[in-house]
Design a protein around this ligand. Structure first.
Ligand code: SAM
Length: 228
């Protein structure tokens, strides 16, 4: 249950210097310095074993990224995986980290308004039964929170091998006033999109089994932006 992991009361309550020691020093003596330090820009929600973070890290070496994972053992594995990569590749993989948390409950405890430029939902649990749809990690209500933590122009990436869930995620994103579908040419030119189906452990399993994938990539727009 939630009582087994710490829940920060606000983003300022999280000591990110322990996650990214090469980028952040502990600024407890001078909290004003916090504003000058780099902030996490990418979040991988339900990161599983961390394959996406490991692939993104060298592509965006100066961007801080975090995985959020509910399962204790899995988040511990990701932590150890990152420490091992740092040890065998000095100076690399310093920009990725992981927290164990329930992202459906505590996202705004970790990120400020407009802080993130990319948020990922790769192969989320499908929760097939209709009475369990409210447990899906993409819903109209939760999109309000994702819109809050994403900057205007930020991108939400989703992919699944479950067609019904893919349709649901597209439906929710299309229905939300603060998200707009990204044009197909732009999606094809985005190097990150190429990783969605192949970088994670779940994606690789689907590929091995010859499964189809369904993605939705949307942009966070300002309320007054025209929806194209
Ligand atoms: N994204 C990874 C991948 O593609 O390999 C993992 C996909 S796995 C099917 C879904 C993951 O989401 C699981 O590791 C699960 O523990 C995690 N998860 C489910 N609900 C969550 C929540 N509320 N907060 C954080 N993680 C969650």
């Amino acid at each position: 249950s939630d009582s087994h992991f710490p829940i920060p009361i606000s983003p300022a309550d999280v000591d990110y210097s322990s996650h990214y020691p090469h980028f952040l020093h502990s600024s407890k003596n001078d909290p004003d310095e916090d504003d000058l330090l780099p902030k996490i820009r990418f979040a991988d929600i339900g990161c599983g074993f961390g394959g996406l973070l490991v692939k993104l890290s060298p592509l965006f070496p100066d961007t801080l990224m975090i995985g959020m994972e509910l399962r204790d053992k899995v988040s511990e594995y990701v932590k150890e995986r990152i420490l091992a990569l740092r040890a065998s590749n000095p100076g690399q993989y310093e920009n990725i980290s992981v927290v164990r948390t329930n992202s459906m409950k505590y996202l705004p405890n970790y990120f400020c308004k407009g802080q993130l430029s990319k948020i990922f939902f790769l192969f989320p649990d499908p929760h097939f039964k209709e009475k369990n749809h409210r447990r899906r990690v993409i819903s109209l209500q939760l999109l309000d929170e994702y819109a809050y933590v994403l900057e205007v122009g930020g991108i939400i990436y989703t992919i699944t091998d479950v067609e019904e869930l893919g349709d649901w995620m597209k439906f929710c994103l299309n229905s939300h006033p603060l998200f707009s579908a990204i044009l197909e040419e732009e999606i094809e030119a985005d190097p990150v999109v190429k990783l969605l189906a192949s970088a994670t452990e779940e994606g690789q399993k689907v590929a091995r089994n010859g499964g189809q994938t369904f993605y939705a990539v949307f942009r966070r727009i300002a309320p007054e932006d025209p929806i194209i």
